[in-house]
Design a protein around this ligand. Structure first.
Ligand code: SR1
Ligand code: MG
Length: 409
């Protein structure tokens, strides 16, 4: 069937045909539509926000048959919309308040209708604007723990796990991660790019054989450890936050789980740590050191909330015969060390490879140079330093020293 791209003009008619879905418990009456806007700023999809006169809204997200960031010359399966809808629904069962509601999935047009989160902001945008939200990093730790426990063999029986893994196969998007995160930044690739001033830093990465062995280990873990139905792309641009007084988080939602698959739990934690460090590098580059240190407190906040929630859930595991309390300690220690490794890989890719972060890209080149160098050096040193102790505070101390040392203020 020919792929039909959704347009603003078509949406009122489209909603009539999907009339069975009822955002906010009341059908979105076409006569009441106040506005329709395309708001997608991600790398892959079209995103529309439909607002009714009543104030109710719904988001329509369509996955294109190609990578939006590059164009039709990079075809990509639109099936990722099904992965995202299914994952969001499964995550909603285990972490109900921490993901958006999915109202509808249209498998023919690859369109998800989901909760309008207009009263939330994208966390990365807030960080870029110099805002610090209290509680969201802990919420994300809790989310990863609930998913790690609730979608894994600790609570799902073997047969159901086998079926879930089958339905969650996501080879096209996993290949993107395998290439962009774990391979291309470490050698020649047409998709790599950086400031001329950072060419020696990229060359140092490509020549660091010890680092490349660690990254090979990370890639192997990513490709072989099917532990839980992880989010798969949990950076600060995949989190929406609503805050109240004192910038205290009232609601956190992890969204955009199209990269989800049965993978290593520590990959999601590493993605968060990497993006906290990138936010810190931006703050240091702008001379906002107090705020940078607050960003570097976030790895600890996420880890401690993750650990506390996983420990809280542990007594509910279905098989206590061999999965003992001693095993739990080993597992947490292993995940904590892997988190350093994945954080490093996720930092390095955002500086050298395709798909960068606005945190760094919107800095003036003179300070961007030092911020980028700091992130690369942090990735290089953290992969090795983790073996000497993997407490999150040690990561933050290392990050602070490396990012300050590299900045070009
Ligand atoms: C071609 S997709 C590029 C990146 O965008 C997503 O956010 C993932 O991080 C992916 O690697
Ligand atoms: Mg995304």
């Amino acid at each position: 069937m020919e792929y039909k791209i959704l347009t603003v003009e078509e949406i009122p008619e489209y909603l009539v045909h999907r009339s069975h879905f009822s955002p906010h418990g009341a059908k979105l009456d076409l006569g009441e539509i106040a506005s329709i806007e395309e708001i997608g700023d991600g790398n892959l999809n079209l995103v529309f926000i439909v607002r009714a006169q009543s104030g109710a809204g719904v988001v329509l997200k369509q996955s294109l048959p190609y990578v939006r960031l590059v164009g039709p010359e990079w075809p990509m399966t639109p099936e990722r919309a099904r992965i995202e809808a299914t994952t969001t629904n499964i995550h909603a069962q285990v972490a109900p308040d921490l993901v958006p509601l999915v109202y509808d999935f249209d498998p023919e047009r690859y369109i998800i209708a989901m909760e309008d989160l207009s009263d939330h902001v994208v966390w990365r945008t807030a960080l870029n604007n110099g805002q610090h939200f209290v509680g969201v990093a802990a919420d994300m730790g809790e989310y990863v723990a609930k998913v790690a426990f609730g979608t894994s063999i600790f609570s799902v029986d073997t047969e159901t796990m086998a079926l879930r893994k089958q339905h969650a196969q996501n080879p096209d998007l996993c290949s993107i991660t395998e290439d962009l995160v774990f391979t291309e930044p470490y050698g020649e690739s047409d998709r790599n790019s950086y400031l001329d001033a950072n060419a020696p830093d990229a060359a140092a990465i490509a020549q660091d054989t010890e680092l490349k062995t660690e990254i090979a280990m990370a890639k192997w873990i990513f490709m072989t450890h099917s532990e839980a139905l992880i989010h798969g792309d949990l950076h600060t641009g995949s989190v929406m936050v609503r805050v109240g007084e004192g910038n205290k988080t009232e609601s956190s939602k992890a969204f955009d789980s199209e990269f989800a698959f049965y993978g290593p739990v520590s990959f999601d934690l590493g993605a968060l740590w990497a993006n906290y460090s990138i936010a810190a590098a931006r703050a240091f580059a702008l001379g906002e050191d107090d705020r940078a240190h607050k960003c570097l407190a976030l790895p600890g906040e996420t880890w401690h909330a993750f650990e506390a929630e996983f420990r809280r859930l542990w007594p509910q595991r279905t098989d206590k015969r061999i999965y003992s309390d001693d095993f739990l300690e080993c597992l947490l220690a292993q995940w904590r060390e892997e988190t350093w490794l994945f954080a490093s890989a996720k930092m390095i890719r955002r500086i050298i490879g395709l798909a960068k972060t606005s945190d760094i890209e919107t800095l003036e080149p003179n300070v961007r140079e030092g911020a980028a160098r700091g992130i690369l050096q942090l990735g290089q040193t953290a992969t090795k330093a983790r073996r000497a102790g993997s407490a999150p505070d040690l990561f933050s101390e290392l990050a602070s020293a490396v990012l300050i040392g590299a900045r070009t203020l």
